[in-house]
Design a protein around this ligand. Structure first.
Ligand code: 5AD
Ligand code: SF4
Length: 439
């Protein structure tokens, strides 16, 4: 979500005449687009802001701006702690970035963090017009389909930093996707805090009532762009409580929908899931996993896990390990629980000691690494279609990505363009990637 927001800000700045500086020391404007999902992310922002004081000394006209969820949450407190910050801009205000920067330049530090209930993401088409686009047209793009979240998982700050759930108009989404495809984009990832509930809180088409047009329909609609050159479609993130049979069926019905799903579990015991306000049971979750495997046997599942949520007993944690061993996720993101201001769980009194959280996290991650290696080894000897992508910091292409979202490192550089799909034989598996040879 932040990556897409950064792109939007870059495009707005490009259209206003800014150009990207290669070195941070040469910049007249520095924007930190921030995350506050866990305390660690937030601490990083504060320490980086501290360091940037020296840039201001070297370049007196420098504007330093904080955007994203930390900006939304902390507002004026950021300027109180870091008076060299010139603009604090919230999650729904980035479209006013250029105006706000100008205003701050003439009138002094500014805080713009209004969070509206009925906020609609403005129609905003990507601009691939040569120099104006700070981010060159790549072959793979994110497309935001909704804003905010109404789920209020008890640990999560997102409903407070990104506001109420509002879905974009289906037509705007399809138009934006079409512009991407017409400009050479081969893979689109539809983005939302909980894409499964797309269209449930507001009307998204001219001809349907609230709740009538859902995410599965949107997927089918966007997938029609396959005829115009779209090769791969993905989406993230899914809350299991809203993963419908209709949506699961899409994995069989839509050719370009990749066989991969990120399905956050968070915890393996019903007792903790209830306290997290997740609104599904372990039994229900495992039934979804079964259905997904039936509909799409090659599907690669990944997940998010929080360890050490308040009240998590040894038994609860063992239940999480048991699910890991049952589902055998291809990969996962796992975190120690971090209390966030304003959330319900922050008031729970039965915190798990830090050293227990660390030990549980280490155990979970060690087992996940073993399972990832086993899962990845299953691909050895198979042929996978890989979408070529440039290596970071180079123009050579020595890797690609499978439909299941595994990186495949190639033994030699290949002739081909980023975004092109080629078959590759998998010859070796590591914990985090595969190795292969283009056929
Ligand atoms: N503490 C730890 N992890 C969290 N996440 C969200 N809020 C917290 C928190 N307070 C994790 C969840 C979510 C992922 C994006 O971040 O696992 O799925
Ligand atoms: Fe946070 Fe839950 Fe919403 Fe995900 S579904 S953004 S974890 S409140």
């Amino acid at each position: 979500m932040n990556e897409r927001d950064s792109e939007i800000m870059a495009q707005l700045l490009g259209e206003a005449g800014y150009i990207e500086s290669l070195e941070i020391d040469d910049a007249d404007l520095i924007i930190l687009n921030t995350c506050s999902i866990r305390a660690k992310a937030e601490q990083k922002v504060m320490s980086l802001l501290g360091h940037l004081r020296k840039n201001l000394k070297k370049r007196p006209g420098l504007q330093i701006c904080v955007a994203g969820c930390v900006a939304q949450q902390e507002g004026y407190d950021i300027i109180r702690k870091m008076p060299h910050v010139t603009l604090v801009i919230g999650t729904q205000n980035i479209y006013d970035l250029v105006f706000a920067l100008k205003h701050a330049q003439t009138n002094g530090p500014r805080v713009l963090t209004s969070l509206e209930k009925r906020y609609q993401i403005p129609r905003f088409l990507p601009n691939f017009n040569g120099k104006k686009a700070l981010y060159p047209a790549p072959f793979r793009k994110f497309l935001t389909i909704m804003q905010g979240c109404d789920n209020y998982c008890s640990y999560c700050v997102v409903p407070y930093t990104r506001g109420r759930e509002v879905s974009r108009q289906a037509k705007d989404i399809v138009d934006e996707a079409r512009v991407l495809v017409q400009n050479g984009v081969k893979e689109i990832t539809l983005l939302g805090q909980n894409v499964n509930s797309y269209g449930q809180t507001n009307i998204v088409t001219a001809h349907s009532q609230k709740g009538e047009y859902g995410f599965a329909q949107l997927l089918h609609e966007v997938a029609k762009l396959a005829e115009e050159g779209l090769q791969r479609l993905r989406f993230t993130t899914s809350n299991p409580k809203d993963l419908t049979d209709e949506l699961i069926a899409c994995f069989a019905e839509i050719d370009i929908l990749c066989s991969q799903l990120h399905l956050p579990l968070q915890a393996g015991s019903d007792h903790i899931l209830r306290r997290m306000n997740r609104k599904y049971s372990i039994e229900g979750y495992l039934a979804l996993v079964d259905k997904l495997h039936k509909v799409c046997p090659s599907i690669a599942l990944t997940t998010d896990i929080i360890v050490g949520f308040p009240g998590e007993t040894d038994e609860d944690f063992e239940a999480t390990m048991a699910i890991l061993n049952t589902v055998r996720y291809h990969g996962s993101f796992s975190f120690k629980y971090s209390p966030r201001p304003g959330t319900r769980a922050a008031k729970f009194s039965d915190a798990v000691p830090e050293e227990i959280k660390s030990a549980r996290l280490a155990r979970f991650q060690k087992r996940q690494d073993e399972i990832s290696l086993e899962r990845n080894s299953e691909y050895i000897g198979t042929v996978q279609n890989i979408m070529l992508e440039p290596d970071s910091g180079s123009t050579q292409i020595t890797r690609g990505r499978t439909e299941t979202n595994h990186i495949v490192h190639l033994h030699q550089a290949v002739k081909g363009a980023a975004g092109e799909i080629l078959p590759a034989k998998i010859v070796h598996a590591g914990q985090h990637s595969l190795q292969g040879r283009v056929l």
